[in-house]
Design a protein around this ligand. Structure first.
Ligand code: HEM
Length: 129
């Protein structure tokens, strides 16, 4: 049998959407991120929340080997005007990791997903661009 994709091992679209739902609620109330950057705080207004959950869910589905369904910008385009620092990236990555722990995702899959997140650092952090 062919090896299952990370997308399949995470439980597919429903499980990923559930994890993103939990994650974005945490990020939107993360005082460190909100205090660090006006642009981030502005974007955390409720009117963007459902759309952002959709975007991050679709991105995660696609990057873990599920169907190509992400309609948003690439990670450099989406973040280049936000002036993000390595510290803010680390805080976000910490919340992502904690979400996976909280939901009981196995160690192997946590490692693989966090490797994907880390591979986008230079596209997200303005200092590194
Ligand atoms: C690897 C980590 C990250 C991933 C996977 C990610 C994912 C995404 C996605 C999928 C979008 C939507 C793009 C679009 O609508 O075209 C987006 C936009 C955005 N992200 Fe991230 N992001 C990451 C890191 C961060 C960090 C560290 C911050 C700030 C703390 C951040 C803040 C934002 C904001 C404010 C937007 C909206 C930008 C706009 O519409 O002008 N992201 N991100």
């Amino acid at each position: 049998m062919a090896e299952q994709t990370l997308y399949e091992r995470l439980g597919g679209a429903y499980a990923i959407a559930g994890a993103v739902d939990y994650l974005i609620d945490r990020l939107h109330t993360n005082a460190t991120l909100n205090n660090a950057n006006d642009k981030v705080q502005e974007f955390h207004a409720d009117q963007y929340k459902a759309g952002y959950k959709f975007m991050v869910t679709a991105w995660s589905i696609e990057k873990t080997g599920g169907p190509a369904c992400y309609p948003g910008r690439d990670m450099f385009e989406a973040h280049k005007d936000l002036g993000l620092t390595d510290y803010e990236f680390d805080v976000t990555a910490h919340e992502i990791r904690n979400t996976l722990y909280q939901l009981g995702v196995p160690r192997q899959e946590v490692g693989e997903f966090m490797d994907i997140i880390e591979s986008y650092r230079t596209m997200v952090v303005a200092e590194a661009a």
